[in-house]
Design a binder for this molecule. Structure first.
Ligand code: ADP
Ligand code: TRP
Length: 323
C-alpha cells in the first residue's frame, strides 16, 4: 500500500489551473486500489502571506469543497485542516533543531519570495520545516507536487535523515516527490500560466453569467470573423483542448482554419464546455459552500483520524528525544 499526502494552501479559491494541474491528478491517484491519501488544507502555511481571517475561512471552505466536489472519498482517505492537528507545530519545533540554517537560507522559494517583499517574516523562512513536519508526521511515502515544491521535499528528506541518523532509528519515513511530467500547464486568460498571483484565472464555480464574463476576457488577436485563424496560438483553443474530447477538438480546429468562425463563437463553446464538463462538481461545490456545517462534518471525520495518528507519532518522537 502507498501512502500519499499533499496540501493546498488556503489563500484563494481553487482555479481551473489548480483543478487540472493538482486536484484531478491527485484524486486519480487516490482511487488506485491500495493507495491511501491524506489531503489537507495548509491553512497554517497560508498565514505567511494571508493575514485576513475572513478570507482564510472562506478559502479553507473553498479548498475543502473543491476536494469533495470532485468526489474525494473521505471514508477511505483523510481530508483535514492542518491547523486542527496542532501536533504539527510541536514537531516543527523539534525538526527545526535538526535543520541546518544554510539549507533554509538557500531555498529557492524563500529567496524568490523574500526578494519581492518589504517585510520578511520568520514564518516564511521556516516554511519548509512546517512542510517537512506535515509530511513525516503521517509517514507519507509519496507527495504529489508541482516542480516548484520539489526542493521542499528534498529538504524534508534531509531533515528526516538527520533525525533518524542522530538516534540511529527509522523514526521517520523518507518521502518521495511525485511530479507528474504529463500534467499540462494551464494557460490563464492572458496566455501566461494561470495563477492567482497574475489575476488571470478562471473560477469554474462562478454563477453562469459571471463565468461567461470571465471567459469573454480571454485575450485573442484582432482577426475578423471571416479570416481563417491559427488554433495552436490561440488561448481560447488551448483551454478548449484541455477539456474537450477528440471529436470536439478536431471540429473546433476545422472551424478556426476555414474562417467564418469568430473568437466570440469559440469563447461561447468553451463556456458551454466548462458548464457541461463540470456540471456535477459545480452543483456539489455550491451546495457545500452554502451549507458549511456539512463541510465541517466531513472535515471533522478526517481530523479525528489524523489526530490519532499524529498523537501516536509524537509519543514516539518525544520518547526518543527524552521529553
Ligand atoms: P497559484 O499559482 O495560483 O498560486 P499554487 O502555486 O497555489 O497556484 O498551486 C497549487 C497547485 O496547483 C500546485 O500543485 C501547482 O502545480 C498547481 N497549479 C497551479 N497553477 C497551475 C497551472 N496554471 N497549470 C497547472 N497546474 C497548476
Ligand atoms: N507548500 C505547498 C504549496 O505551496 C503546500 C504544502 C504545505 C504542501 N505543506 C505541504 C504540499 C506538504 C505537499 C506536502 O503548494
Amino acid at each position: 500500500m502507498s501512502r500519499i499526502l499533499t496540501g493546498i494552501q488556503s489563500t484563494n479559491i481553487p482555479h481551473l489551473g489548480n483543478i487540472l494541474g493538482a486536484v484531478l491528478p491527485a484524486i486519480e491517484l487516490s482511487k488506485q486500489p491500495g493507495n491511501e491519501s491524506l489531503f489537507f488544507i495548509a491553512d497554517l502555511h497560508s498565514l505567511t502571506t494571508q493575514k485576513e481571517a475572513a478570507q482564510r475561512i472562506n478559502s479553507v471552505n473553498s479548498v475543502a469543497a473543491t476536494w469533495l466536489a470532485f468526489d474525494f472519498d473521505t471514508q477511505k482517505n483523510l481530508l483535514y485542516r492542518q491547523s486542527r492537528i496542532p501536533e504539527v507545530c510541536e514537531l516543527t519545533w523539534y525538526l527545526s533543531c535538526f535543520t541546518p540554517f544554510p539549507m533554509l537560507a538557500n531555498a529557492h522559494s524563500f529567496k524568490d519570495k523574500s526578494g519581492r517583499l518589504s517585510d520578511v517574516y520568520t514564518g516564511l523562512f521556516t516554511y519548509p520545516v512546517l512542510m517537512a513536519a506535515d509530511i513525516i508526521l503521517y509517514d507519507a511515502e509519496f507527495v504529489p507536487v508541482g516542480k516548484d515544491q520539489v526542493q521542499h521535499i528534498e529538504i524534508t528528506r534531509d531533515i528526516a535523515q538527520k533525525f533518524n541518523g542522530q538516534y540511529n532509528q527509522e523514526i521517520f519515513v523518507l518521502p518521495q516527490a511525485k511530479v507528474d511530467e504529463s500534467v499540462m500547464i494551464v494557460p490563464g486568460t492572458d496566455g501566461q500560466k494561470m495563477s492567482k498571483s497574475y489575476n488571470n484565472y478562471i473560477n469554474i464555480f462562478l454563477p453562469e453569467k459571471e463565468l461567461l464574463k470571465v471567459v469573454k476576457t480571454i485575450v485573442t488577436d484582432a482577426k475578423t470573423l471571416e479570416e481563417p485563424k491559427d488554433p495552436d496560438t490561440c488561448n481560447v483553443f488551448k483551454l478548449y483542448r484541455l477539456l474537450a474530447n477528440e471529436t470536439q477538438i478536431s471540429e473546433m480546429r476545422t472551424n478556426y482554419m476555414k474562417g467564418g468562425y469568430g473568437y466570440g463563437h469559440a469563447k461561447t463553446a468553451l463556456y458551454e464546455l466548462i458548464l457541461s464538463k463540470f456540471e456535477k462538481p459545480r452543483i456539489r461545490y455550491n451546495e457545500l459552500m452554502n451549507n458549511t456545517s456539512l463541510l465541517e462534518k466531513e472535515l471533522q471525520v478526517g481530523e479525528e483520524k489524523a489526530k490519532k495518528r499524529a498523537q501516536e507519532k509524537l509519543k514516539q518522537v518525544r520518547s526518543v528525544l527524552g521529553f
